[in-house]
Design a protein around this ligand. Structure first.
Ligand code: ATP
Ligand code: MG
Length: 260
């Protein structure tokens, strides 16, 4: 069997003060999975995502994505890695407001030095696939949140990433637009896109994840595949009262829009 797309091995992440943000975390994610990472505010979700994106480095342990030791990359190699192998979407879309929708979507291809003609064709295909081709020449400021997130998804997919990373992609959206993003992520995953999704939104996780983990204090306390196969990770704490199936839905502070 092929190596997992993401291999996180005994990763600790410490900041200057306080307890570690990640406390010796081991996780493997296979190509084709849509993994949702749930957990209360401050449990280490964004820290995990940032390490996978190469935006930050672990204090200890290794992070391998698509065969690449992400934790060892130089700054320029790390930027190249993000351009070529991963796509990212965020709570607040992070679009460039003074570029049109089409130019926002084209940007990653331009940065990667792709042929202009091929990039234009791909951007047009993506905008059409996402149902936003009529906004190609519009500026993002004129779009609704849900439409902006679709533009962000198109941009993230532009360079055909092995991995799509999402940090609270519905955090700034109304319920209907959030469900729309959930359907879109499901569709992408069914087409084979591997997804790592950080969210407080348990409905979103339920709708599109093939597997869900829950973090508490930087450790995995639950690891469940859709369909019920509960895998107690080695970080699961003895005596924890967290049970498969219900805890994530009933537990913790389910709130949209918490900072990072
Ligand atoms: N740059 C940083 N400097 C210092 N501490 C940090 C930094 N980034 C994160 N932390 C700390 O690490 C811990 C985990 O933070 P993280 O942002 O990963 O949590 P989270 O699960 O994403 O929370 P939220 O749901 O609120 O977004 C928190 O205690 C946070 O204060
Ligand atoms: Mg976060």
């Amino acid at each position: 069997m092929a190596a997992p797309l993401i291999q996180i091995h005994e990763v600790r992440k410490e900041y200057d003060d306080g307890p570690p943000a990640l406390a010796g975390l081991t996780l493997e994610v296979r190509a084709g999975e849509a993994l949702a990472v749930l957990g209360p505010s401050g449990s280490g979700k964004s820290t995990l995502l940032n390490l996978v994106a190469g935006l930050d480095r672990p204090s200890e342990g290794t992070v391998t994505v698509d065969g690449l030791r992400v934790d060892e990359l130089s700054e320029s190699a790390s930027a190249r890695y993000r351009r070529s192998r991963i796509g990212m979407i965020f709570q607040f879309f992070n679009l460039l407001d003074d570029l049109t929708v089409a130019d926002n979507v084209l940007l990653p291809a331009q940065l990667a030095g792709a042929s202009r003609q091929q990039a234009r064709r791909r951007a047009a295909d993506l905008l059409e696939f996402l149902g936003i081709d009529r906004f190609a020449d519009t500026f993002p400021g004129r779009l609704s949140g849900g439409q902006r997130q679709r533009v962000a998804v198109a941009r993230a997919l532009m360079n055909r990433p092995a991995l799509l990373l999402a940090d609270e992609p519905t955090g700034a959206l109304d319920t209907a637009s959030g469900q729309d993003v959930g359907r879109l992520l499901t569709e992408l995953n069914q087409d084979g896109q591997t997804i790592l999704l950080v969210t407080h939104d348990t409905a979103l996780a339920d709708s599109c994840a093939t597997r869900t983990i829950e973090l508490i204090d930087g450790a995995i306390v639950r690891d469940v595949r859709a369909g019920g196969d509960v895998r107690a990770g080695r970080n699961v704490r003895a005596g924890s009262d967290i049970q498969a199936g219900s805890a994530v839905r009933s537990g913790g502070d389910v709130q949209a829009g918490a900072g990072r």
